[in-house]
Design a binder for this molecule. Structure first.
Ligand code: SF4
Length: 331
């Protein structure tokens, strides 16, 4: 009996940290068996259809200074922008026309966006009848409650790494506070998404196992794993990128553990390897994010530097087709 067959027989709940560590590093035939296990879990839980969401990167102004991100506040080599409400609503209409039912508003951590959000969220939710997903950083419980009143449905706040010292070192802020903000978002009634980065310097295999344990303990509605990509004009620009296989293995483990969670196959996978997002779907993911930020603005949203792969609707549909899956009809 193969190692994966043995683990399947005993069930995910009985896997030890050593078992997870082994799963993180599997390759070849054993990795394919892991992915098949993840796909079986996805199918058995009726989660095979791929959810599409349309992202609008509303602003690259951020008051945080994360070492891995070129939108960090101390990067003076970046032209900053913030979209107007009219621009955002115009793009949201394009998302609706494309058939996608979720508008994903993403931007730096900047409370100045609040006035803008008060103008756009109710229109997208109540007039356009679309779902609203936000990724705008750590805020207070009151602000999350306000977002819910405005019409937001879900919120992404990735923990990036479960190692509190490493988190502090690379973001200049506290992991405890970030996790607290996640619980505030949950208490406010938002569905929450979280996730980690694979391949940060000083990260160990053990800390990736802890990432998986932390991700599961949050009981998120959606969860991602992204390979680290070095970004120009940041203190981490000369570091090596994260391991794609290990990221795919993380996705598969999260699928097996969290069963019905929405799991994105992130664009960073495609940046590092051709067909990377199809591989993410094969590993158990079931979400793709299509980028609707206008072309002239995309280059200023520097989350993945020059290696960034911008996902078009055409690419997303072809990727779903290649994975032998279908687009989910309801949001
Ligand atoms: S990762 Fe997010 S919070 Fe950190 S600097 Fe970049 S945009 Fe700001």
């Amino acid at each position: 009996m193969s190692i994966i067959e043995q683990m399947r027989k005993s069930g995910f709940e009985s896997l030890t940290d050593d078992d997870l560590l082994k799963l993180l590093t599997v390759e070849g035939e054993t990795q394919q068996e892991l992915f098949a296990w993840a796909r079986d879990v996805r199918r058995e839980n009726n989660c095979d259809d791929v959810l599409l969401r349309g992202v609008i990167e509303i602003s690259n102004v951020c008051n945080k200074n994360c070492d891995y991100c070129a939108m960090r506040s101390s990067n003076k080599d970046l032209d900053r922008y913030s979209m107007t409400a009219e621009e955002i609503l115009g793009i949201a209409r394009l998302i609706k026309e494309s058939g996608i039912q979720i508008v994903f508003l993403q931007g730096g951590q900047n409370p100045r966006n609040d006035t803008l959000l008060e103008q756009v969220i109710p229109v997208i939710r109540n007039e356009m009848k679309m779902g609203v997903l936000l990724c705008l950083g750590e805020r207070s419980q009151e602000v999350y409650e306000k977002f819910v009143k405005l019409g937001a449905v879900s919120y992404i706040l990735k923990f990036e790494t479960s190692e509190s010292e490493l988190y502090k070192e690379i973001t200049g802020s506290s992991l405890e506070n970030r996790l607290k903000a996640l619980t505030w978002a949950q208490s406010a009634g938002l569905q929450v998404g979280t996730g980690n980065i694979v391949g940060l310097a000083k990260q160990t295999l053990k800390s990736l196992v802890n990432d998986i344990r932390l991700g599961i303990s949050i009981r998120p509605d959606f969860i991602s794993s992204s390979p680290f990509i070095p970004n120009a004009h940041t203190p981490m620009e000369h570091q090596v990128h994260g391991n794609v296989n290990m990221t795919l293995n993380t996705l598969a483990i999260l699928r097996i553990a969290l069963k019905t969670a929405a799991i994105p196959s992130v664009s960073a996978l495609e940046s590092l390897v051709n067909d990377g997002q199809r591989m993410g779907l094969d590993a158990g993911a079931n979400v793709l994010t299509v980028n609707f930020t206008p072309k002239d603005t995309q280059s200023l949203y520097k989350i993945y530097s020059e290696r960034r792969f911008v996902v078009s609707l055409d690419h997303a549909l072809k990727t779903i087709d290649k994975a032998g899956l279908r687009v989910r009809k309801t949001a």
